[in-house]
Design a protein around this ligand. Structure first.
Ligand code: GDP
Ligand code: MG
Length: 282
């Protein structure tokens, strides 16, 4: 039988545990990641003759080294390279949830979006055009209600289809404005030239992490190639000096702003419609 490895990722409270339980029932194993108290949960699922192992990653808002959860989620993705990542997104809180999605796109992981809590969104008069969202993001989007199990078979079908394509990681480029785009253009060739850090992260992703001042990536860089690390840090310091002087912000704030801009531009293209519930008004 075919064996497929999937990971489940999303913001805290997006419904990850509920979906994980729906999919794997009692066939779960809970442990800890070595040396830390973050849960490591794995479950099994049979779907039309395919054996699927699903790892429930810790809930995170971002993929930078700000917390143990974020590090665990990122390290898992980078070192285990699951064949597909199911990104569970809360439909009633779309903009905020897509911030993490945006980072998965930049990392280039094979992705399927589980658009969860469509019942909650509908009750609030929010309708999301899943096909339109899928087109604009370039990844499949499947509406689900994790609590009832609605949509879960279609979700697994789509996830298996993505896994079957065996695509290499294709990082999506988002523009970060003239200053940072120029810095990224200077950083990337240096990173590419040396298989910097460990050759597992897309070069553009490492460049972004340098601009975001990501402690883990900076430390790995210093460890593996101190000469290149010093060159990268010099570029980052000079752009940092420039943005703090001219705009009074650090590059990481500019990066966050542009990610939200990218998400907003997608949502505004007819992805979300709000309906007034006239019954409720009168
Ligand atoms: P996690 O933090 O991502 O693991 O989220 P949970 O699975 O714990 O879900 C958070 C809350 O949302 C719980 O109270 C769930 O019962 C609820 N929930 C999850 N999925 C749905 C859904 O599709 N519809 C509704 N109405 N509630 C949901
Ligand atoms: Mg949970």
């Amino acid at each position: 039988t075919r064996q497929v490895i999937m990971a489940l990722a999303g913001n805290p409270n997006a419904g990850k545990t509920t979906l994980f339980n729906q999919l794997t029932g009692a066939r779960q194993h809970v442990g800890n990641y070595p040396g830390i108290t973050v849960d490591h949960k794995e479950g099994l699922l049979e779907h039309q003759g395919t054996r699927i192992t699903i790892t429930d990653l810790p809930g995170t808002y971002s993929m930078t080294a700000y917390s143990a959860e974020e590090l665990v989620a990122r390290d898992y993705l980078i070192s285990n390279r699951p064949e597909v990542v199911i990104n569970i997104v809360d439909a009633s809180n779309l903009e905020r949830n897509l911030y993490l999605t945006c980072q998965f796109l930049e990392l280039g992981v094979p992705l399927v979006i589980a658009l969860n809590m469509v019942d909650v969104a509908r009750d609030r008069g929010i309708e999301i055009k899943a096909d339109k969202l899928a087109d604009l993001l370039g990844v499949p989007v499947v509406p689900i209600i994790a609590r009832s199990g609605f949509g879960k078979d279609k979700l697994i079908d789509e996830a298996l289809a993505v896994a079957a394509r065996k695509q290499s990681w294709q990082p999506r480029d988002i523009s970060y404005g003239d200053d940072l785009d120029a810095a990224i253009a200077a950083l990337v060739p240096k990173i590419e030239a040396t298989h910097f850090v460990d050759g597992l992260y897309p070069p553009r992703y490492i460049a972004l992490k340098y601009l975001e001042n990501d402690e883990q990536i900076l430390a790995k860089g210093k460890d593996t190639d101190p000469a290149t690390a010093a060159e990268l840090e010099a570029i980052v310091n000079s752009v940092c000096e420039h943005t703090t002087k001219t705009l009074d912000v650090y590059p990481e704030a500019i990066i966050a702003d542009h990610r939200y801009g990218f998400i907003k531009s997608i949502i505004r293209q007819g992805v979300v419609t709000h309906k007034f519930d006239t019954d409720r008004l009168y």
